[in-house]
Design a protein around this ligand. Structure first.
Ligand code: DX5
Ligand code: ZN
Length: 217
């Protein structure tokens, strides 16, 4: 299974997003963090920025919605050209209906879990999904320390996905770096978000390739 490195634009230069994106041609996707000051104590970007990004890149746009009421807002991100839209299950009112609405709009449907949220209650709805995102920090900010206590959940999610079958991606997000990516890969992740590790590097594209190499090893 190919591993994917998905740099988070949260650590890019918001005044020069296009320039930042041009520094990472090897990225498999661009991870876009949408925050609303309600689900998380931070505010970032929304649909207008997605529209602008869509015009300047052909890369897969991987939207991570850290917002309240994703049932209401997430489908519009799919309509605006995001190939992958991930909602937090803690915020969703009807996750199965929402996943189906995202797929009906042509997007991959992703479901995210905060560090303290278990995967087991959601085992039955995995066939409705194209990706599960296991947060390895509390969502809201880049540059936080990786939470090792999330590793067993990555392993359990891997086992549930293998039992489900199909090609459901298993993404990790938060504190992913050369220090931690091997542990995530060993636990069964195949899609790796990295913000500060990539954009804080002297050569962001070399870091993308270094991370991929470590994940593949
Ligand atoms: C945090 C965001 C992450 C963030 C990760 O809530 O979901 O995508 O950018 O940043 P790093 O890689 O610096 O932990
Ligand atoms: Zn994210």
């Amino acid at each position: 299974m190919p591993n994917r490195i998905m740099p988070s634009l949260l650590s890019a230069d918001f005044a020069n997003l296009q320039t930042s994106i041009e520094t990472i041609p090897s990225a498999d996707a661009l991870h876009v963090d949408v925050m609303d000051y309600h689900f998380v104590p931070n505010l970032t970007i929304g649909l207008p920025v997605l529209e602008s990004l869509r015009k300047i890149t052909d890369k897969l746009l991987d939207l991570h919605l850290m917002i309240e009421d994703p049932d209401r807002w997430a489908p519009t991100y799919a309509e605006q050209g995001a190939e992958s839209v991930t909602f937090h299950v803690e915020a969703a009112h009807a996750p199965i209906r929402l996943a189906r609405e995202l797929r009906a709009r042509g997007a991959r449907a992703g479901m995210a879990l905060k560090p303290a949220t278990p995967i087991e209650p959601y085992a039955e709805l995995l066939p409705e999904l194209d990706m599960v995102l296991i947060m390895t920090v509390e969502p809201g900010f880049g540059g936080q320390r990786f939470l090792d206590l999330c590793l067993p959940k990555i392993e359990r999610t891997r086992a549930l996905l293998d039992a489900t079958g199909g090609d459901i991606w298993l993404q990790v997000d938060g504190g992913v770096s050369v220090e931690t990516i091997e542990r995530c890969a060993a636990a069964g992740a195949d899609s790796f978000v990295a913000g500060s590790a990539v954009f804080g590097a002297d050569d962001p594209d070399a870091m993308v390739n270094a991370l991929r190499q470590m994940a593949d090893a």
